[in-house]
Ligand binder design. Sequence first.
Ligand SMILES: Cc1ncc(C[n+]2csc(CCOP(=O)(O)OP(=O)(O)O)c2C)c(N)n1
Ligand SMILES: CC(=O)[C@@H](O)[C@H](O)COP(=O)(O)O
Ligand SMILES: [Mg+2]
Length: 627
Amino acid sequence: MAPLLPTIHDPSALRHFDRAQLKQLADEVRSCVLDNVSRTGGHLSSNLGTVELTVALHHVFNTPHDRLVWDVGHQTYPHKILTGRRERMPSLRQIGGISGFPQRTESEYDTFGTAHSSTSISAALGMALAAKQKGEDRHAVAIIGDGAMTAGMAFEALNNAGVYDCKLLVILNDNDMSISPPVGALNRYLAQLMSGNFYAAAKNVGKSVLRAAPPLFELAKRLEQHAKGMVVPATLFEQFGFNYVGPIDGHDLDSLVPTLENLKHLHGPQFLHVVTKKGQGYKLAEADPVAYHGPSKFDPAIGLVKPATAPKLTFTQVFGHWLCDMAAQDSRLVGITPAMREGSGLVEFEQRFPERYYDVGIAEQHAVTFAAGLACEGLKPVVAIYSTFLQRAYDQMIHDVAIQNLPVVFALDRAGLVGADGATHAGAYDIAFIRCVPNMSLACPADEAECRQLLSSAFAQDHPVAVRYPRGAGAGVATLPGLDALPFGKGELRRTGRRIAIVVFGTLLYPALKAAEALDATVLNMRWVKPLDLDLLLKTVATHECVVTLEEGAVMGGAGSAVVEALQAADVQLPVLQLGLPDRFIEHGDPAKLLASIGLDAAGIEQSIRERFDASEPAGKTRPGAL
Ligand SMILES: Cc1ncc(C[n+]2csc(CCOP(=O)(O)OP(=O)(O)O)c2C)c(N)n1
Ligand SMILES: CC(=O)[C@@H](O)[C@H](O)COP(=O)(O)O
Ligand SMILES: [Mg+2]
C-alpha cells in the first residue's frame, strides 16, 4: 500500500478517507511520532496515546474552522504532523524549531496556546460562546486528560459550561495516568466508570446508538438518553449539565469516528469519555509510560539505556536526597507534590516515608493551602513545586501562607530557563513575585552544595521560605553529607577585584567568576534575595565605582531591582547595570545556547559590563547615557 502520510499537507485531505485509509494513516502517524521523538527527545507516551483520536477529530471536524483545544498540549505531535508540520518535526523543541506545545503563532490549527494544564475547557467554552454570539456556526472541542481533569480550573469550567447551550464538546482522554499514576477520588470514579461490566455494557449501548445514526440523530439521541438512563443513571458529568457518552475505546476508529459524528449533531454541551493507553503501539512505552513520558533521544530498537558513566547530580536529586535526610532527622517534615513526583525528585521520599508523602494531583493552589493547614498544626511542610507552576498558587502563597506567617518551605525547581519546554515552563518570575510579599524569604543557591545547605537554612526558619534552583546540574560542587545550614540572609565575598562589583544571585555565579577574572572585578555571592545582605552589599560597594547585578530571573523587578532599591535607600549613588532575563519570552531550545543568546554566559556578561562600564576607562567614567 502506498504511504498516505506524505500526501497529507493539511487535514482536509483526510476528510474523505474511508475507515481503512484512516487506520493506515494512524499507523503511519504513530511511526512518524516514534521516529521523530527518538531523534529529538520530547513527550512520547502521551502522543502515542492520542494518534487515533487526532486522526478521528481531523476527519470528523472541519478544522481549523472548528476549534480543537488540547489540554497541556504535550500530546499534540500527531496533530502537528497532520496539520502541515510533519517536515518540521526534526526541529521539535530546538532553537528556531517548532514548539513541543500548541502555539497560535505556529499554526492556525493551534487555536489556543497551552502547556500548563487544565485550561482547555475554559478556552473552548469561550470559543463556543464567542461563535454563538457572533452567529458563526462552529464547534469547539476541548481534549483533556484524566490528570489535567483533576485541577480546580477544569471543574470551574465544567461548572460554568454546563449551563450554556453552545457547540462545546469536552473529550476526556482517560489513560489512567498522569505523569505518574493518577491520584484522588476522581481517578477512582473514572476507574469505576471504566470497570468490567459497566464498560462492556456501555460499549453495547454505544453500538446500538451508532446503528441508529446518522441520519436519525434525534432518534439516536433519544435512544442514547434512554440507554444511558439504564446504565449510567447519573454520571458526575451529567450532573454538571453535560450529555455524557462513553466510555469508548480511544484507539478504535470504528468507535471513535461514528461517535464523534453523532456528537457533532447533538445540542448543548457534550462530554465524550475515551479510554486510551499511554505509549500505545510502542511496547517499551506501554510497559513504562513514566520513563517514556518525556525521554531524551534514544534508539527505538533498544529503548532507554542507563548512561555508561554516572551523570552529574542534578539540583532535583540534591533536593530529593536532602528531603530524605531531613525527614529522617525531623519527624515533622511532610513532602507535597502537585503531580510531579519524578520531576521534583520525590520518588525515594515516597518509598521511604509513604505516610509523610502527599501527591495532591495537578492542584497547585490546593497544594499550597493544604501545606498551610499542615503548618497550622505544627508540621513542617515542604512544597516541591516548579517555579512556573507556583504561578498558579500565588494567591494561596500570599493569603494562606505568608499573611499567617506559616513555616512552609517552597522547594522551587526549574528556576530560570528550562530549555526544551520553552517560555511556558521558564521559571522567570519567581524572584520578582516572591520578594514583594511580606514574611516571605527567598534563597538562591549558586551550586549543589549550597542548595543542600540553604534548604536546611530554610527548614530551620519559623516563617515561609522559598529556595530556587534550576533544571539539571550546576557547577558540580559536591554536597556535604550533613544537614548544616548556611546563615540566614548572609552572602559571601567570593572574589576581590577593583572598580566593578558584580552582585550575583544564584547559579550564574560561575560564569560571573569567569567574567570577573577577565575584568578583575569583585564578586559577591548573595545567596539570599530576601533578606538582602545589606552589610555585605553596602560595605563592598563603598570601595567600588560601579555595580553589576546578575540573576537568572526576570530582570524587571527581580533581585537587581532589590539591590537598586537598597542602594537608593542608603543614598549610595553608583551606576548599576542589571543583568538577567529580558522583558520578552524566551522560546524553547538548548538552555546553554539560550543563555548565551541573551548574554548570560561568561563571554556575554563580560561584554555587557565592558560595553556599559568601559573597563579600560578610569574609575566612574561611563559612556554617555549609560545610566
Ligand atoms: C498546571 C500544571 N501542573 C503540572 C503540569 C505538569 N504536567 C504536564 S503533563 C502532566 C500530566 C497530565 O496528565 P493527563 O492530563 O492525564 O495527560 P497524559 O500525560 O496522561 O497524557 C503534568 C502533571 C502542567 N503541565 N501544568
Ligand atoms: C508537559 C509538562 O508540563 C511536563 O511534562 C514537563 O514537560 C516536564 O518537564 P521536565 O522535563 O522539566 O520535568
Ligand atoms: Mg492521563
